[in-house]
Design a binder for this molecule. Structure first.
Ligand code: NAG
Ligand code: NAG
Ligand code: NAG
Ligand code: NAG
Ligand code: NAG
Ligand code: NAG
Ligand code: NAG
Ligand code: NAG
Ligand code: NAG
Ligand code: NAG
Ligand code: NAG
Length: 621
């Protein structure tokens, strides 16, 4: 008895299921049979709709048709009414690249589950339906390249799921509605007959999406920039940027964290003016939130400029809303981690004391933004206003090499093994060598140090912050952290050269080999200089004492470490012309790694002689 009930239930379910699918099948056959087309479709009644029919896809349980994709089938005329609209579970409809005429089919109102509608490259005409709010799930709408006219329905602003709207190449007229759609990532309204102002909500998009209309364009700074480097900056001295609006917002609730961090900084550097600066900022962050938000409303001045083809993964509002934590404070400014709404993170650098005007800044950003290399941290966007200069970069969750080497030397420290250190060197060398080849070989990094190196997904080093020193005011005193990497001939940090980059890279290699910071206060008044120390140890004792104790647990790496030490010593040669070029350094380091690929020398104890580490060729003190 039980069995019978279950059996008939299954039977009934089967009938119900197949009847829905049968109706969908019927609708599709009615559609294809009454709609002239030139390409043959294999929509054979005797085949199963879900598996065999071209361009048709069904729901997971094969009970309903949910996708119909028929691009370029050669449909002519208007869509026969009451056919495709009977597929009430339809989610994706693509009829693009046909020759369909007539107006927007009114019976599409019955396709309430529609999420993707692709009708581009047809000959539809007339106005769009006024009420779009029935299609609550619409995510992508592409009606471009038709002859639609009339105004853009304001009801589109009800489509909260909408991420992309393309109405380009039609004949829409009237004003652009203020589409406050949180998820909208792409819009294209180009080549219509629209007029009036571009509403605030859409000004974050690049201006080309409005071209071919009579609308007033926001003055969007162009990231396409002529390759002049370094740009001649007007030397405005020491103009301190006023407290930051954005900072106020970004810090938001985390003033306490900031204070703690600020305290640390004050403690570490004990620089006089820092305390004042910090308290200024904290004051601002407490008081100016509202002002900051209204500041973001005033249009043209406040635009994030994106690279990577203008993909708007986030906007200023997102950054304002983002929960932010201070990642660090460096020579160029403070770096925050901003967690965006979708859960991803970006690093926001708030630059201090930028010299020169908007043009110079944009030029420089253009140079950075164009560089695409797996070992160079990508600049995703920048922001320029009178009071605020931001750079938005990829965020690396594991922190900088500096943090990995020197942070947390306690019990629960995760040691940085030799392979990783090799990869860090190779990656950083590749990134720097690439930068040195850019702009006809004239580009300089200018700020190589372990806190500017991050690890990409394959654990290779990735360099960031290049070229920024040229944007900074020369008056700012070099932080002690930088001093340890500075080549002896460099007096003004803004005048770094490629050979001085090589020197800094050599110091980075020493840091990786020894595990020691380039410059350390030793408690008393004495200061430990890594370069001098390595040179003296190597000269006087010829022992493996220079190497990080943490590396001693790995066997058979002495040869590689000595090789690396030789390379580092060559890089820190006192005279710039004695240092190898970065491309040569890269080759040498890549050769070190070859020991890894099977032919590791079965080494006795390495010969740490002055010759072996190349000390003879570098300068005597
Ligand atoms: C479907 O099968 C029936 C019976 O086997 C046959 O008569 C009919 O011609 C077939 N239809 C098509 C379109 O092949
Ligand atoms: C049909 O849908 C499934 C998942 O629902 C997808 O994997 C498959 O690629 C789709 N097929 C076509 C032709 O779109
Ligand atoms: C559309 O849905 C309405 C009711 O929601 C129904 O009366 C009408 O017949 C449907 N039209 C089509 C073409 O299915
Ligand atoms: C729309 O999709 C949902 C979820 O897949 C489904 O439950 C619902 O029945 C669909 N609506 C129609 C009208 O088919
Ligand atoms: C929209 O899509 C969701 C799942 O993606 C579904 O649960 C819901 O029923 C859909 N809403 C409508 C109105 O079709
Ligand atoms: C809009 O397009 C329709 C259909 O082509 C046409 O009849 C109508 O005159 C157009 N309206 C305007 C204002 O151009
Ligand atoms: C819409 O169609 C145009 C033309 O085919 C295409 O370039 C564009 O990428 C499409 N946009 C979206 C959002 O699908
Ligand atoms: C608009 O039309 C122009 C010229 O035909 C074409 O180059 C462009 O790709 C079209 N844009 C879209 C989005 O269809
Ligand atoms: C948005 O939808 C709501 C309810 O569905 C409706 O009252 C309102 O008029 C719609 N707004 C627009 C602009 O169509
Ligand atoms: C607008 O049309 C012009 C020429 O007709 C074309 O070059 C341009 O690509 C179109 N713009 C867009 C965004 O489609
Ligand atoms: C463009 O718009 C301005 C004002 O909105 C108007 O004066 C001008 O005539 C328009 N130009 C065209 C070609 O429609």
């Amino acid at each position: 008895m039980k069995c019978l009930i279950v059996f008939s239930a299954i039977l009934l379910l089967g009938v119900l299921v197949s009847s829905d699918l049968d109706e969908d099948k019927r609708a599709l056959l009615d559609f294809i049979n009454s709609f002239p087309h030139s390409k043959n479709l294999n929509w054979n009644e005797n085949f199963t709709v879900c598996n065999d029919w071209t361009g048709v896809n069904c729901s997971f349980d094969l009970s309903r048709v949910i996708e119909v994709r028929l691009p370029g089938v050669g449909f002519r005329g208007s869509i026969p009414p009451n056919t495709i609209s009977r597929l009430s579970a339809l989610r994706i409809l693509s009829l693009r690249s046909n020759s369909i005429t007539g107006s927007f089919p009114s019976d599409f109102y019955n396709l309430t589950n529609l999420s993707g509608l692709y009708l581009q490259f047809n000959e539809f005409s007339g106005p769009l339906p006024l009420d779009f709010s029935v299609w609550k799930n619409l995510t992508i709408v592409n009606l471009s390249h038709n002859a639609f006219n009339g105004t853009i329905p304001y009801s589109i602003s009800n489509l909260t799921q909408l991420t992309a709207l393309n109405l380009a190449n039609n004949s829409f007229y009237g004003e652009i509605p203020d589409l406050r759609l949180p998820n909208l990532r792409q819009i294209n309204l180009a080549n219509n007959s629209l007029n009036g102002d571009i509403p605030q909500s859409l000004r974050k998009f690049p201006s080309w999406v409005f071209y071919g209309n009579n609308v007033s364009l926001p003055v969007a700074p162009s990231p396409v920039i002529d390759p002049v480097f370094p740009p001649q900056l007007p030397q405005k001295n020491g103009k301190r940027l006023g407290g930051s609006a954005l900072l106020g917002i970004i810090i938001g609730g985390s003033v306490v964290g900031f204070l703690a961090f600020a305290f640390l900084i004050v403690l570490c550097c004990s620089k006089k003016n820092l305390e004042k600066e910090v308290s200024e900022k904290v004051q601002k962050s407490g008081g100016s939130q509202e002002k900051a938000v209204s500041g973001s409303q005033d249009g043209n001045d406040n635009m994030l400029v994106f690279f990577r083809g203008g993909v708007h993964a986030f906007d200023m509002e997102d950054l304002y809303r983002a929960s932010a934590e201070v990642l660090g404070k460096g020579t160029v400014g403070t770096v925050y981690k901003a967690v965006l709404e979708d859960g991803s993170s970006v690093a926001v650098k708030r630059l201090k004391e930028v010299c020169g005007g908007r043009r110079e800044f944009e030029q420089q950003m253009g140079v950075f933004g164009r560089i695409r290399h797996e070992n160079v941290v990508e600049l995703r966007a920048y922001y320029y206003s009178k009071d605020e200069k931001l750079m938005v970069c990829d965020y690396y969750s594991r922190g900088s090499v500096s943090a990995m080497l020197h942070g947390n030397r306690g019990d629960n420290r995760i040691p940085l093994d030799w392979d990783t250190r090799l990869r860090i060197s190779i990656g950083a060398a590749r990134g720097i060598a690439h930068i040195h080849m850019e702009n006809c070989g004239k580009l300089v990094h200018g700020n190589i140090k372990s806190s500017n190196i991050f690890l990409n997904s394959q654990n290779y080093g990735c360099v960031s912050d290049f070229g920024l020193s040229t944007l900074m005011c020369p008056s700012s005193p070099p932080a002690s952290r930088v001093v340890g990497y500075k080549a002896p001939e460099v007096i003004d940090l803004c005048k770094a050269t490629q050979p001085s980059d090589v020197y800094s890279f050599g110091v980075l290699l020493l840091e990786l080999l020894t595990g020691k910071s380039p410059v350390q206060a030793t408690g008393g008044t004495e200061i430990f200089h890594l370069v001098q120390w390595v040179q003296s140890v190597v000269r006087e004792e010829w022992t493996a004492e220079v190497f990080d104790l943490e590396l001693m647990r790995y066997s058979n790496i002495e040869e590689e470490m000595v090789e690396m030490l030789q390379i580092a010593m060559a890089c820190i040669a006192r005279m710039p012309h004695q240092r190898p070029k970065m491309s040569d350094v890269l080759k040498m380091i890549e050769n070190v790694q070859q020991f890894d690929n099977g032919n590791r020398l079965s080494a006795g104890s390495p010969m740490l002689t002055p010759d072996a580490v190349g000390l003879k060729s570098s300068e005597e003190p």
